[in-house]
Design a protein around this ligand. Sequence first.
Ligand code: ZN
Length: 410
Amino acid sequence: MDIRSSFEALDKKITSYGGLDGGGITRLLYTEEWLNAVQGLRGLLKEKGFTTRFDSVGNLIGRIEGSKYPEETIMSGSHIDTVVEGGHLDGQFGVLAATVAMESLQAAHGQPLRSLEILALAEEEGSRFPFAFWGSKNFFNLAEKAEVESITDAKGIKFEDAMHQSGFDYRTSDNDYSDVKSFVEVHIEQGKVLETEQKSIGIVEGIVGQKRYTVNLKGEANHAGTTPMGLRKDAVVAFSKIAVELTERAEMIGDPLVITFGRVDPVPNTVNVVPGEVTFSIDCRHINQIELDQFASEIDKCIKRIAEDEGVSYEIDLWMDEAPTLMDKRLVGEITKAAKQIVGESDCKLMPSGAGHDSQIFAKHVPTAMIFVPSINGVSHNIEEETEMDDLVKGIEVLKQVLYQLAYEE
Ligand SMILES: [Zn+2]
């Protein structure tokens, strides 16, 4: 079985679900495109001889039963959702790499000793609704109804209405994951480190911690012509000062701290009205928990001080707070061994991940590790997202070797 042509065919097929004319994919949780993708993938997995099932929220599992230790599961996969106008590799590559690697192992070596499972997680990005890791959190019985029942997407559609319309529902019983002995996620790097250093394989040692906020500032909307500067309570001006001050502070503290104000919604967003209200997002990351927490307290103080200076009220909602996560040492060793064998030591690199991944949820519950492949120009969350085919194939081959070590060897 040829890994390259198998992957190309699979990628073409699955990319068509939510595929955009100019390239890339928009496949948001519980949309028609998403539903077509998970159902299409399920059909393909069945054709390839996997037994398949959905859990209640829509995580898709494909399984090859082990011959000697069927109750021990070696799992690989990633998320199947994308951001708006995202690429065809973020998430999807991890699902398809697992599919091709397991199919190829079975063709070459027959039934494994331990069970192999592909996992296509329903959602990771938090792109449609303000809730991320819905798939992996449900897998570990973490996401609660109360956290999502009142949230809506940008069109005002309620989370649970979208979920029910897709045919899925809240968990009714706890998922038993005690059989999962290893989880290995393959993912594109979404950065420039591997490309810059001309390496094909990244072996991830840990994932940065991440905090995401929604901040609302309320001042006073007023006439742009008749309101003197001194009498304004301009929410956008307050936001701007906060963004500049925190950005400069983050630059001063230096790498690997990053802060981003990616979404800004002023109200009424009209040319001749002083903006009385603004809602904006903050995304802040660091590999060290103490430094991340210290900067978070600076964020709080900065917003409070500037809001008071500008005469606007503020509300800060910290809706995501993920700790930095270390990968499992034994699995990092297995990946290192496999990568050395497949691509050679000089072609791989041990590195942290600056992006959040499902693996950070998994690592708290089951032994977990990640394999990175390079991203051309470091571009991701963009339709231009791409990786050299040779690197994609190397990523699948390393995964295949890791899965062989874990599922076929005593
Ligand atoms: Zn991803």
